[in-house]
Design a protein around this ligand. Structure first.
Ligand SMILES: Cc1cc2nc3c(=O)[nH]c(=O)nc-3n(C[C@H](O)[C@H](O)[C@H](O)COP(=O)(O)O)c2cc1C
Length: 184
């Protein structure tokens, strides 16, 4: 069975990012996938310490022990990963950046330790109505996974949002289309 992970970079109580990721996962589940939502922004995930211990031994991942530790196995069991973040001051959130930096541990001395052949997609939410303004943030969200060999599909970027209450039905439908695509 296809496994789809949804990773959320917003800690907001009425998060639009979370709602879109959940809609995508719902559609993936309906399409027959096994799904899991990871509330990464609410987890204890420290930044990379740059110790390079992950570069010494192909069999070892990150030496830091925090909420990222079990996520390495979940990521490696997934066939597709949806990763979403709101824009904060022109960037992805700090919490999701910590998560992305910790993916560096998947690069071992003999190359990628991540399962080959996975698909990944970004979901960006923002207040600004220009949905082309922060395209580079969508690239950054999937960049770690792409570097490790994943194939990125077209992102979903949604402007004019402040909370999940601002989401239009057609935007939820677009998230569902993305989830279905990743479950294929
Ligand atoms: C600290 C902070 C900084 C923000 N900075 C920006 C910004 O630079 N550009 C923008 O378009 N929206 C900005 N926003 C608005 C959010 O990106 C937007 O409301 C987003 O949809 C929130 O997603 P969420 O509901 O999942 O938390 C900011 C919001 C916060 C709380």
């Amino acid at each position: 069975m296809t496994k789809v992970l949804g990773i959320c970079g917003s800690a907001a109580p009425k998060s639009s990012t979370k709602k879109l990721i959940e809609a995508a996962l719902d559609a993936a589940k309906t399409a027959g996938a096994e799904v899991e939502f990871i509330d990464a922004a609410k987890m204890n995930i420290h930044g990379c310490k740059g110790c390079l211990a992950c570069k010494a031994d192909q069999a070892k991942l990150c030496t830091q022990k925090d909420d990222m530790t079990p996520l390495y196995a979940k990521i490696n069991a997934a066939d597709a990963i949806i990763i979403g973040s709101p824009i904060y001051f022109g960037e992805n959130t700090g919490q999701i950046k910590c998560f992305i930096d910790r993916l560096y541990a998947f690069i071992g001395p003999e190359g990628s330790r991540m399962k080959p052949g996975i698909k990944t997609a970004a979901i960006i939410t923002q207040g600004y109505d220009d949905e082309k303004a922060y395209v580079q943030c969508a690239n950054t969200l999937v960049g770690g996974f792409s570097h490790l060999g994943a194939t990125a599909v077209e992102p979903l970027i949604v402007g004019s949002l402040h909370t999940a209450d601002d989401l239009k039905p057609e935007t939820i439908a677009a998230a569902k289309t993305l989830g279905k695509k990743l479950a294929e």
